[in-house]
Design a protein around this ligand. Sequence first.
Ligand code: SF4
Length: 110
Amino acid sequence: MRMPKVLILWKGVARRLFLYCLHRKYVEESIQQRKGACKRCGACCRLFLKKCVYLNFDQDGNALCLKYKGFRMPNCRIFPIDKRDITDRDMISETPCGFYFGEEPGGAAN
Ligand code: SF4
């Protein structure tokens, strides 16, 4: 039986928190391998709830975190830790995340 999407996404949230709290070295090393940059699509702000209460959009349609300069949960600050996070995130958005691991999606190898 396939796990419901919402449970997969919540599992990802718990996993990131677990990694951040107990496997910080893995998190740091994996993030060093991360390439690209955030495109401010806001997809990762919809992994736990349908929409984070602090997610807003500017006049150009770019995601805007109302807490960006204040306290943000580790899940928000470190996303994506690895390819698994991108896979989770791709469940709710067809446009690719600006970050990637390994080869650039649809682009040349790095
Ligand atoms: S899903 Fe990726 S590109 Fe979109 S806001 Fe999150 S980190 Fe940025």
